[in-house]
Design a protein around this ligand. Structure first.
Ligand SMILES: NC(=O)c1ccc[n+]([C@@H]2O[C@H](COP(=O)([O-])OP(=O)(O)OC[C@H]3O[C@@H](n4cnc5c(N)ncnc54)[C@H](OP(=O)(O)O)[C@@H]3O)[C@@H](O)[C@H]2O)c1
Length: 306
């Protein structure tokens, strides 16, 4: 049993709250996918007993069969979804170590396995996008970021993004820019968080033999149209990415290695902005502050004051 200290609100939580989440969820299930806290009680077993009194990061994303919720004062989870936090990682820094960092590590592993030196990434000013720039750079991979506001472009360039395309300018301008940059950089791997018309455009614009992995539905649209010629003659592939099955497909050693990297870089590559803090009672009222400006930073729920 963990006393929850911090838990972030992620876009996937909004999907569940609004009833628009795409993945099947076993009922009953609670809210909140990840957080941090202190282990207050063990249900038995050497490993769980050893964690009593320890500060941990925890998540249910790696085991969606769990009915427990993290948005509460206490939660009950298996020992396998808890990572002990080092002393220099605060509850706030350790509350979002799973959903975004593990996805970023997966993207970089996928790029490396396919021999890609450049990744195209949309909604690139997201918390995940900033983590990707830092962690990809550490691994010798460049990111071409796609954003929808000029201010996001400047910020991402400062962080070290190789090239940033701003879709708020004239459509003809940004689409020809995206096509040219992808060709120049031989970029044939894309990760798209938007879906809908954006995914369709990327399939048209990216070079032959591109694989586009759609991993989010920020557009709110379920349909994506794909040109037959792109798939048939240009050998482009439209696929998805969801952390849950990807993580489950890895060996125990590979999973532990990913956890290790997430904790190791908690205070650098995987750090994130917190724009607002709230309580469990204030969550419903404060949710719109996050929804109205997601790029500014996360809304973090604080069941325990610090
Ligand atoms: N498939 C998986 O396993 C997996 C795992 C982790 C995360 N994700 C996905 O990763 C994405 C980023 O997550 P996060 O926690 O980093 O998000 P975040 O920090 O809350 O930021 C969301 C970003 O998306 C942008 N955005 C929102 N709606 C948009 C739209 N319709 N078109 C273009 N941009 C839009 C926002 O820009 P504005 O400020 O301009 O609104 C903001 O920069 C989400 O889609 C999430 O579901 C998927």
């Amino acid at each position: 049993m963990v006393q929850v200290h911090r838990s972030p609100v992620n876009p996937s939580d909004l999907g569940v709250l609004t009833g628009h989440y795409y993945a099947p969820r076993p009922l009953p299930h609670g809210l909140g996918n990840e957080g941090s806290g202190v282990v207050v009680k063990s249900g038995g077993g050497e490993e769980a007993d050893g964690l009593v009194g320890k500060r941990v990061g925890l998540s249910v994303i790696t085991d969606t069969g769990l009915p427990s919720t993290i948005w509460g004062e206490y939660t009950v989870v298996p020992v396998s979804v808890c990572i002990p936090l080092p002393d220099d990682v605060s509850y706030e820094q350790g509350c979002a170590l799973f959903v975004n960092p593990l996805t970023v590590i997966s993207f970089v592993d996928i790029a490396k396995a396919g021999g890609h030196r450049t990744i195209l990434h949309t909604a690139a000013a997201s918390a995940l996008g900033k983590m990707l720039v830092a962690y990809a750079k550490r691994n010798g991979i460049e990111v071409i970021g796609v954003v929808r506001r000029a201010s996001q472009k400047e910020e991402l360039l400062k962080l070290g993004t190789a090239y940033v395309i701003d879709t708020s300018v004239d459509e003809g301008k940004w689409t020809s820019e995206l096509k040219r940059v992808c060709e120049e950089k031989k970029c044939t791997l894309g990760f798209d968080a938007i879906g809908g018309p954006m995914a369709a455009k990327l399939m048209r614009l990216m070079p032959p033999q591109t694989t586009l992995r759609v991993y989010g539905g920020l557009s709110g649209q379920r349909e994506m149209s794909v040109n037959l010629g792109d798939v048939l003659f240009s050998e482009k592939v439209l696929a998805g990415f969801w952390l849950v099955p990807y993580f489950k497909s890895l060996s125990k050693e590979q999973q532990q290695e990913m956890f290790k990297k997430a904790v190791q870089h908690a205070t650098d590559d995987f750090s994130f902005n917190i724009a607002h803090r709230t309580t469990l009672a204030g969550l419903a009222k404060d949710l719109s502050r996050y929804v109205n400006d997601m790029t500014q930073g996360k809304l973090v729920i604080c069941p325990v004051k610090q």
